[in-house]
Design a protein around this ligand. Structure first.
Ligand code: ATP
Ligand code: MG
Length: 299
C-alpha cells in the first residue's frame, strides 16, 4: 500500500507532539480540540482511520520480517478517556501474533517486591513486535504521586524513599527509555487528555445504560476529587519525560473519533520514518531457495 493519506494529517500532530518538556503546559492543549475539523468530518475520519489501520497491518509485517525494531506504545489517561477503545480501534487490523497488549493494574505482592520498572521490563515487546502498555510505569508518578500513602506498600528502604523521590523516578524513567531507544525500541507515549466535564458525561452514560453498567466504578468517580492533583502530576510527568526518542503525544480526548484519528496518524507517521523494508535476499539465499525448490519438485 502506498503511503496512506492519513499522512497528510501530519500537521494535525504538531501541537500535541512534545519532545522537550520545559515549556509544556497542560492548559495549552484543549481536550475538546479537533484540529479545525468539523464534526461533519467524522465520516471521512472513519475512512482515513480504516486506511491507516490497513497500512499499519502491512507495516507490522515488515516490522516482523525485518526483525530489528520493537515498537512500544504507552497509553496513559484518566478513567473513561477512551484508552481501551482507542487501542481496540487502532490495532484492529494488525495480526494478533504481532502485538502484545499489557494492562497494568494495582501491583501484586510479587511486583511490589521488585523495583518499579520490573513488571514493565518483563512485558516489553520482542524485536519485530508491537507492544502496547495500557497504563505503565508512569502510574508510579501519577496515581502514586496523588496518593502518596501507596508508597508505604512499596517497602522502599528509608534512604531511597525520602526527599526528591519523584525527581529520581523521572530520572530512572528517562534513563530506562534512553536505554530502550538505544537498543532498537521506537517509543511513543500517548496521554489521552479528557476534560472533567466530558468524564462526568461518560460516567453518567455508564449509569444510564444497562449494558455499560459493568464499566462504572464508584471508585473511579470518587477519584474526580483529585482531578487537579492528577492534572498537576500529568503535567510534571510530561515536562520531565518528553524526549525526541520518547515523545509524548497529548491527544485531545473529548471527541473519540478525533482521538483515534490522531493516535493512528501519530503511529503511522513515526513508523513510516523507520523506513521498514522486507529483508533483501542476497545471492547465497537466492541460491538456497532455488535448490530447495528443485528438491521439492523432484519429490
Ligand atoms: P478499565 O477500563 O477496565 O477500568 P483500568 O486500566 O482503569 O481499565 P482498573 O483495574 O480499573 O483498570 O484500574 C487499574 C488501577 O490500577 C488504576 O486505578 C490504576 O491507577 C492502578 N494502578 C496501576 N498501576 C499502579 C501502580 N503502579 N501503583 C498503584 N496503582 C496502580
Ligand atoms: Mg478502571
Amino acid at each position: 500500500m502506498a503511503r496512506p493519506s492519513l499522512k497528510r494529517l501530519n500537521k494535525l500532530l504538531d501541537p500535541y507532539y512534545v519532545t522537550k518538556g520545559v515549556k509544556f503546559r497542560l492548559g495549552d492543549v484543549d481536550p475538546h480540540d479537533t484540529g479545525g475539523l468539523k464534526s461533519e468530518f467524522k465520516a471521512e475520519a472513519k475512512a482515513l482511520l480504516a486506511e491507516g489501520v490497513g497500512w499499519l497491518a502491512e507495516e507490522q509485517e515488515r516490522l516482523y520480517a525485518q526483525d530489528r525494531w520493537s515498537v512500544l506504545l504507552i497509553f496513559q489517561a484518566m478513567d473513561a478517556a477512551g484508552k481501551d477503545g482507542t487501542i481496540k480501534h487502532v490495532m484492529s487490523g494488525v495480526n494478533p501474533q504481532g502485538v502484545q497488549v499489557h494492562s497494568f493494574k494495582k501491583p501484586s505482592d510479587e511486583e511490589l517486591d521488585h523495583d518499579f520498572l520490573w513488571r514493565c521490563a518483563k512485558a516489553l515487546p520482542e524485536r519485530g513486535r508491537i507492544g502496547i502498555f495500557n497504563r505503565s510505569y508512569y502510574e508510579e508518578v501519577l496515581v502514586v504521586r496523588v496518593h502518596e500513602e501507596l508508597l508505604a506498600r512499596q517497602k522502599l528502604p528509608g534512604a531511597t524513599a525520602g526527599k526528591g523521590l519523584w525527581r529520581k523516578r523521572y530520572e530512572s524513567i528517562r534513563a530506562f527509555e534512553r536505554h530502550l531507544a538505544r537498543n532498537g525500541y521506537l517509543i511513543l507515549k500517548f496521554f489521552l487528555h479528557v476534560s472533567k466535564q466530558e468524564q462526568k458525561k461518560r460516567f453518567v452514560a455508564r449509569l444510564d445504560d444497562a449494558e455499560k453498567h459493568w464499566k462504572f466504578s464508584a471508585a473511579d468517580a470518587r477519584e474526580r476529587r483529585y482531578w487537579d492533583d492528577y492534572a498537576h502530576a500529568y503535567e510534571e510527568m510530561i515536562r520531565n519525560t518528553a524526549a525526541k526518542h520518547a515523545p509524548w503525544y497529548v491527544v485531545p480526548a473529548d471527541n473519540k473519533w478525533y482521538t483515534r484519528l490522531v493516535v493512528a496518524a501519530a503511529i503511522v507517521d513515526a513508523m513510516e520514518r523507520l523506513k521498514l523494508r522486507f529483508p533483501r535476499m542476497d545471492a547465497a539465499r537466492r541460491k538456497e531457495l532455488a535448490v530447495a525448490r528443485r528438491a521439492l519438485l523432484r519429490e
